[in-house]
Ligand binder design. Structure first.
Ligand SMILES: [Zn+2]
Length: 249
């Protein structure tokens, strides 16, 4: 197998590595998630510097090492400068990247997740719609693609479709008043459930039209945060702490 490969990829994360280099986390439809050293990329004059930042789409020429790739060349296809210029969009975009980084195994090609992240980053870059709602959409679609799709159609136990419904993380979705006896539960308002169902069913391009009051956005965020944590085992996200710090709520 050749040690030199070509791959298109998104840059999920960039860290300093020693004095001159950077360590990038790439996400590619061909090679999946991969760590790659960008020699000399801390120097702004380096030909690798322009692409060694998050929110970059680029074609890479990579040498395969034992545990890490080394970038020989890169050609930037698109740099999402609109995200970098907006602190909230920036934090939401990094949160999406962190969610991918923490749930996808190294070397596992996952083209559907790649497409989802690329679409959502593009929407953040264009600054259309509500970024928080886009983040909830991203979480729901990620749960779906990872095999943890929440069941929202009817009672997960008896199948009845009449509200009110309740929710707990371990049941994997909603359940009715009859099936709620003896179970840990939280109430789920009809409006929030309808919103979740719409998000779960729609393509990314339509999310930019969705709006919700602050209280409902908070409820959606908390429900999905706990559900995601329960099923993926991820206890915290660095970028969520950052988001809370810059949030005006
Ligand atoms: Zn039931």
């Amino acid at each position: 197998m050749s040690r030199l490969i070509k791959a298109g990829a998104l840059v999920l994360r960039a860290r300093r590595l020693g004095e001159k280099d950077k360590l990038l986390t790439l996400f590619s439809p061909e090679i999946g998630k991969a760590g790659a050293r960008a020699p000399g990329a801390c120097n702004v004059k380096s030909k690798l510097a322009a692409g060694a930042e998050p929110f970059t789409f680029a074609n890479f020429l990579l040498y395969r090492g034992k545990s890490l790739y080394t970038i020989s060349q890169l050609e930037v296809k698109k740099s999402l400068v609109g995200i970098r210029g907006n602190i909230r969009g920036y934090a939401l975009g990094l949160y999406m990247a962190e969610l991918v980084e923490k749930t996808v195994e190294e070397g596992e090609a996952f083209p559907a997740i790649y497409r989802l992240l690329a679409e959502c980053w593009h929407l953040l870059n264009e600054q259309k719609g509500d970024g928080d709602i886009l983040a909830r959409f991203f979480e729901l679609k990620m749960l779906d693609l990872l095999g943890y799709r929440p069941h929202l159609d009817n009672c997960v136990f008896c199948g009845q479709a009449k509200a009110p419904f309740y929710w707990n993380n371990s049941c994997g979705g909603i359940f009715c008043g009859n099936c709620a006896r003896g179970r840990t539960r939280m109430a789920l308002s009809a409006g929030t459930l309808a919103f979740l169902r719409s998000l779960q069913a729609m393509p990314a391009g339509k999310v930019i039209k969705m709006r919700a009051p602050t209280g409902q956005k908070r409820e959606l965020r908390e429900i999905l945060r706990h559900f995601l944590g329960y099923w993926t085992g991820i206890e915290s996200f660095k970028t969520q702490d950052f988001l809370r710090k810059i949030s005006d709520e």
